[in-house]
Design a protein around this ligand. Structure first.
Ligand code: TYM
Length: 329
């Protein structure tokens, strides 16, 4: 069975974009792959987080993983910082990465372009830690949304370079993105990704949003004035985004959905998308409520750590031997 690994960084509440672009795929893949899914809490702190908020967001993220259908019997679910070997490997990979390649990472460049000051060194070397997350487990595939593809490409470059320099060590992973929903856009500005850092609170749906409030966000989503229902990402990005959201949640093919609404007003289409989102959130939150305060969270993370740690440790020791930093092992 091929191995798959991915993670989400709960710097805030998880979003519908996280679900559609990542989480739902983890759930779909868990029967056919050896699945490792973690909470990227060390990545969270590359930007300051209020400690109490962070703690809540981490707990919520585990509960949402489970509520979304990740099954601890099938998938190994763990907290990144519980496997210290990952961070240790991150350092060794940072010593095998170049500033030139880190400078090219669009996510880092976006922070710089926004004129943010006091960017942390952690934010800069973050892709090396992400490479370690993946390479520690010799993952074959990494399911991600489009925005994380570049980091997985860098991981491949680092792995190939390391293998060439020190001999075959790492599996070279492949990113996996979906045709539909790999980049869910902001509802208020469909030229931008739906993101946790949306300050307007209108463009982003959070998985723990009150379903009615989320439905309102859909109803007031920005579309266009063409008055023609079509799936055209380039010329009608707002509408295309709503169609993707609905189809990702219900599984209906895009063409079928679009044909059903041919000749209808945007209001009718929005009403259906809003209902799909409302139903989805209601079901998800019902399951979340039953899980979030249960022992299942602790047990899941502890079992996950026990399964993940030996694998990462083995890889780390192998890397240390290859590099020459070990004496007696
Ligand atoms: P993060 O936390 O930003 O996002 C988690 C996953 O959700 C996807 N995603 C989206 N997909 C579609 N539309 C959107 N609007 C949207 N927003 C987010 C992301 O592409 C991602 O798949 N660095 C990673 C976390 C990470 C990781 C890893 C992932 C750390 N180590 C190792 C895979 C493997 C991150 O910040 O994702």
């Amino acid at each position: 069975m091929k191995r798959m690994l991915s993670g989400i960084k709960p710097t805030g509440q998880l979003t519908l974009g996280n679900y559609i672009g990542a989480l739902r795929n983890f759930v779909n893949y868990q029967d056919d792959y050896e699945m490792y899914v973690f909470i990227a809490n060390l990545h969270c702190v590359t930007v300051y987080q209020e400690p109490a908020d962070l703690k809540k967001n981490l707990r919520d993220a585990v509960a949402l993983y489970l509520a979304a259908g990740l099954d601890p019997e099938k998938s190994t679910i763990f907290l990144q910082s519980d496997v210290m070997e990952q961070a240790q490997l991150g350092w060794l990979l940072a010593c095998n990465s170049y500033m030139g390649e880190l400078n090219r990472m669009t996510q880092f460049k976006d922070h710089v372009a926004k004129g943010e000051t006091n960017l942390t060194a952690g934010l800069y070397v973050y892709p090396c830690l992400m490479a370690a997350d993946i390479l520690a487990y010799n993952a074959d595939y990494v399911p991600v949304g489009v925005d994380q593809k570049q980091h997985v490409e860098l991981t491949r470059d680092i792995a190939i370079r390391f293998n060439n320099k020190y001999g075959d060590t790492f599996t070279v992973p492949e990113p996996l993105t979906q045709k539909v929903g790999a980049k869910i856009m902001s509802l208020s500005d469909p030229s931008k990704k739906m993101s946790k850092s949306d300050l307007t609170n209108k463009g982003c749906i959070y998985l723990l949003d009150e379903p009615k409030a989320a439905m309102k966000k859909i109803m007031s989503a920005k579309t266009d004035s063409l008055a023609n229902v079509a799936y055209d990402k380039e010329n009608q990005p707002g509408l295309a985004n709503l169609i993707e959201i609905a189809c990702a949640l219900t599984g209906e093919p895009i063409e079928e959905f679009t044909n059903r609404f041919k000749g209808c007003g945007y209001g009718d289409l929005k009403k259906e998308v809003a209902a799909d989102v409302g139903n989805f959130l209601t079901d998800l939150q019902e399951r979340y409520d039953g899980i979030v305060r249960s022992d299942l969270l602790r047990d899941t993370l502890e079992n996950g750590r026990q399964k993940a740690e030996p694998i990462a440790r083995k890889t780390l020791h192998k890397v240390q031997r290859k590099i020459g930093v070990e004496i007696f092992r």
